[in-house]
Design a protein around this ligand. Structure first.
Ligand code: HPA
Length: 244
C-alpha cells in the first residue's frame, strides 16, 4: 500500500506535510466530494486528505455526500482509508482525550444514501467492518509515538445532528456500543463496497448524554489537542510504512 486517504472529521487532523502538495476535486457519478482533496507526500507514502464536513463545517452528518467522498478517494488511487472521528464516550473508562480503535459498528442512521447500488454482488461481507491490518498499523504507530489507544469497542452511529438523549445512550450501551458518533456509517460500508480497507480512529471528546456534563468548550479543546496526537500517530505510521 503506497497511497492512503485520511478523512478528517469535526476536528481537523493537522498533518504537517499538508502544506505541500496540490488539491484535486474529482467529480463522481454521485456528485462532488465535501471539499477539495489535498494530495501530498509524507514519510514513505502518498496521502490524500479530505475534510468530511467540508470547509467551515458546511455539511452536518446527514448532509454529507458519503458516496462522492469515498468514490473520489478511490478515483484518486487510495488503497486504504484512515477515517478519524470525534465521539462521545459511553463506557465509563472512555473519558475525554481517549483514543479508540473500534472493531465493530452498529448503524442507527436512516435516510442516508448508503450504497453505490453497483451491479453484481449486493450483499457485501461486513462481519468485521474495520480492516484488521490497518488497525494493527495504527496500534503500532501509537506504540511508537508513546500514545495509548484502546483496542476494540463498538461505534454506535446515530443520525444527529442533535446529540442523543440519556435514554438513547442507555439503549446503545445495552446493545454493546462503547462510543457514539454520527458519521462512520454509511462511510465504512461504502468503502467496503469498493473493497477499500477502512479503519476508524476515534477521539473521545465528551461523555455521552447522561454519562457526565457535556461542555462544548472543553469538547473543542479536547478535540484540538487530541487531533494533534492523532496527526503525530498517523505521521509515525506513514514513516513506518504499512508493513511497519
Ligand atoms: N454523540 C454523537 N456524536 C458525537 C458525540 C456524541 O456525544 N460526541 C462527538 N460526536
Amino acid at each position: 500500500m503506497r497511497r492512503i486517504a485520511v478523512i478528517g472529521g469535526s476536528a481537523p487532523v493537522p498533518l504537517s506535510g499538508s502544506a505541500q502538495g496540490k488539491s484535486e476535486t474529482p467529480s463522481t457519478p454521485y456528485g462532488d466530494p465535501s471539499a477539495p482533496i489535498h494530495c501530498f507526500r509524507s514519510g514513505a507514502m502518498d496521502v490524500l486528505s479530505l475534510s468530511r464536513h467540508g470547509p467551515g463545517h458546511r455539511y452536518t452528518p446527514h448532509q454529507i455526500n458519503y458516496r462522492a467522498n469515498v468514490w473520489a478517494l478511490r478515483e484518486l488511487g487510495a488503497e486504504g482509508v484512515i477515517a478519524t472521528f470525534t465521539v462521545g464516550g459511553i463506557s465509563a473508562a472512555l473519558t475525554p482525550g481517549t483514543l479508540v480503535l473500534p472493531d465493530q459498528v452498529i448503524d442507527y442512521t436512516w435516510g442516508r444514501a448508503h450504497t453505490f447500488d453497483l451491479p453484481g454482488e449486493r450483499h457485501v461481507e461486513f462481519s468485521d467492518p474495520f480492516d484488521e491490518g490497518l488497525r494493527r498499523w495504527l496500534a503500532a504507530g501509537a506504540g511508537h509515538s508513546g500514545l495509548e489507544v484502546v483496542l476494540g469497542g463498538t461505534y454506535g452511529a446515530t443520525q444527529g445532528p442533535r446529540l442523543e438523549t440519556a435514554a438513547e445512550i442507555d439503549r446503545l450501551d445495552g446493545e454493546g456500543c462503547s462510543v457514539v458518533g454520527m458519521t462512520a456509517m454509511p462511510e465504512a460500508a461504502l468503502a467496503r463496497e469498493l473493497d477499500l480497507p477502512y479503519v476508524a480512529l476515534c477521539l473521545v471528546v465528551n461523555p455521552a448524554a447522561g454519562r457526565g456534563a457535556i461542555d462544548r468548550e472543553d469538547w473543542a479543546q479536547v478535540g484540538e489537542r487530541g487531533m494533534r496526537q492523532v496527526a503525530a500517530l498517523i505521521e509515525r505510521c506513514l514513516e513506518l510504512g504499512p508493513g511497519g
